[in-house]
Design a protein around this ligand. Structure first.
Ligand code: BES
Ligand code: MN
Ligand code: ZN
Length: 495
């Protein structure tokens, strides 16, 4: 079975809100804002029901606050009033959450045809606002409960994106759909359990989608990986009975510098001989979210026919303890010639990335971004609120951070001071793969830096952001697709 997701039909809509024909009309209102324009017209048509809700104080417009109005004396009969929070905080991220929560409300009530009338923030072009509304709606409808009977959930079949003017032709809707569908693909790869989504299976799924989009896809099997000298990566998978794969995607849509998106794809991380405690180990099926993000971004750029050149390079392995597993104290050699003493077999992500970062450079990447659920330490530092960013030179870090800010995905830079390199110098080899508890995200980051030479490089540690452990109004717990939008925005800025 390959990936299948049935997206709702997306259409543009404008005109008088009271005349919109849908099962549900969603309108939004900012915090403590007055009704105006089309919303005020709708209120008049609805006999002042919206204004009454505001006057009563039961609806204040706080972010994702929701009030139903039914039956309403308008064509759609059902109105959902959704809060968008403070106007100066309304960014693409909030916009996506509002759209996602709107369609989830609709689905919960088995309403199939939804009209979203979201007032975008002034600072955002209407095309970019619409892109994010569609993105939020399509990503918002995908859940992680893959092996349950979901037939009773209801389906949202049609989403009309309403705007005051006729903007159907400006491309924002279609862009949002392409981005969201590829994000959903990456989330699906991540949500599938590790017994299903093995390295080989990931490679097969990505290869199939790549060929449909005309993206070149090379799959290196273990022979090819060994021949390429990637023994650091293989030292992680050698304890597992499922073979490793390395995937190289290549999309050529222009003639700018070649971007390299590199991902950690540990399909399951037990920790190896330095085994993890049982409590949260099941979440380690998400240890391939970096790889999923890298490939999803390349596929999305191809679907968008972006005028850029990009390769996606991901290392897919399973980290298991066994009689053939790497031992603490073993010394291995990375493809770039550096020797590494494996202090802790649970610090495996950097051993995988060392070789795939090097491969990306050998395949011509001139700018690098790697993504990895790399350290528990970044979760301690930033929680789920932001992705950790590190890199050099600062100008490239700034470029990536600016893309993340435009995309509405939080990233926070952390330093790579030389002291962190001292912490991972080994007695027996060039490097150790662990520097202990302190500055754990940063000793990991500076380890990676030893494999990128002088190529501009940013490392994104998504261990806190790649998946959530609890449901929210806008998405079910599971893979989030974190930083895919940033990678797309970085390659092809929207504004
Ligand atoms: N995959 C983990 C990091 C992780 C932890 C991701 C929790 C998501 C949630 C990584 O391979 C790991 O185990 N890192 C170790 C490194 C340490 C042994 C130096 C860690 O962070 O504890
Ligand atoms: Mn680990
Ligand atoms: Zn890991």
């Amino acid at each position: 079975m390959t990936y299948q997701f049935h997206s709702p039909n997306i259409t543009a809509n404008h005109g008088v809100l009271a005349d919109v024909e849908a099962d549900l009309l969603v309108v939004t209102c900012g915090q403590d804002e007055k009704l105006s324009g089309p919303l005020q017209e709708l209120d008049s048509a609805a006999g002042g029901l919206l204004q009454a809700l505001l006057d009563s104080g039961s609806f204040r417009g706080r972010t994702l606050e929701a009030e139903w109005i039914y039956p309403a004396p308008v064509k759609s009969r059902r109105i959902l009033l959704l809060g968008t929070g403070k106007a100066d905080q309304l960014d693409p991220r909030i916009l996506r959450r509002v759209a996602a929560s709107a369609v989830r409300h609709a689905r919960a009530k088995k309403l199939s045809r939804v009209c979203l009338a979201v007032n975008g923030p002034e600072a955002m072009s209407s095309s970019y606002a619409q892109q994010n509304i569609v993105d939020g709606a399509i990503t918002g409808l995908v859940d992680s409960d893959l092996y349950k009977d979901r037939s009773k959930k209801g389906t949202v079949e049609e989403i009309a994106i309403w705007s005051a003017e006729d903007t159907a032709a400006d491309g924002g809707l279609e862009r949002g759909r392409q981005i969201a569908e590829n994000i959903n693909f990456g989330r699906w790869l991540s949500d599938e359990p590790a017994n299903i989504m093995t390295p080989e299976r990931v490679a097969a799924e990505v290869a199939e989608r790549a060929s449909a989009l005309g993206v070149e896809c090379e799959v290196l099997d273990e022979g090819a990986i060994r021949a390429a000298g990637m023994t650091s990566l293989l030292s992680v998978s050698q304890g597992s009975s499922v073979p490793a794969r390395v995937l190289v995607l290549r999309y050529k849509g222009g003639d700018g510098p070649l971007l390299g998106y590199v991902g950690k794809g540990v399909t399951f991380d037990t920790g190896g001989i330095s085994i993890k405690p049982a409590g949260d180990m099941h979440y380690m099926k998400y240890d391939m979210c970096g790889a999923a993000a890298a490939v999803s971004a390349v596929l999305a750029l191809a679907a968008l026919k972006a005028k850029v050149n990009v390769i996606g390079v991901v290392g897919l392995v399973e980290n298991m303890p066994s009689g053939s597993a790497t031992r603490p104290g073993d010394v291995i050699h990375a493809a770039n010639g550096k020797s590494v003493e494996v202090i802790n077999t649970d610090a495996e992500g950097r051993l995988v990335l060392a070789d795939v970062l090097d491969l990306a450079r050998k395949r011509g990447a001139e700018r690098l971004v790697d993504l990895a659920t790399l350290t528990g330490a970044i979760r301690v530092a930033l929680g789920a609120a932001a992705t950790g960013a590190m890199g050099a030179p600062q100008s490239w870090v700034d470029t990536v951070l600016q893309a993340s800010s435009r995309a509405g995905e939080r990233a926070w830079q952390l330093p790579l001071y030389p002291e962190y390199l001292d912490m991972i110098k080994s007695n027996i080899a060039d490097l150790m793969n662990s520097g202990g508890r302190y500055a754990g995200a940063l000793t990991a980051g500076i380890f990676l830096q030893q494999f990128v030479g002088d190529t501009p490089w940013v490392h994104l540690d998504i261990a806190g952001t790649a998946y959530t452990e609890k449901d929210s109004g806008w998405q079910m717990k599971g893979a989030t697709g974190a930083m895919i939008r940033t990678l797309i925005e970085l390659a092809e800025p929207t504004f």
